[in-house]
Design a protein. Structure first.
Length: 95
């Protein structure tokens, strides 16, 4: 999984420059109506792990038929936007 995170960090940098522009780590830009801070690799790794946990938890909720909390969905969408994902794991996500 660590190599997946490294590959995704490289892709994140490419997405950041494409969607927001060439700004330095720690600076802010706008994406999908939000202010997004450019993350360094350590910050990205932590956010990506959080996203994977949220994504896996979402899949469990769907599988078991549990009720989905709106705050949970908001957290999942926010992580997708911060990571600059073009597509979402779940319906109605990053668009």
């Amino acid at each position: 999984m660590f190599e997946e995170i490294i590959d995704n960090f490289q892709s994140y940098g490419e997405r950041f420059e494409r969607f927001i522009g060439n700004i330095k780590i720690g600076q802010y830009g706008h994406y999908r109506g939000r202010v997004i801070r450019r993350l360094d690799q350590e910050q990205y790794n932590a956010k990506y792990r959080e996203y994977l946990w949220l994504r896996d938890r979402f899949a469990q909720i769907i599988q078991t038929g549990d009720t989905i909390d709106e705050v949970f969905v908001a957290d999942l969408r926010a992580a997708e936007i911060e990571l600059l994902f073009e597509t979402s794991f779940f319906p109605g996500g990053a668009q």
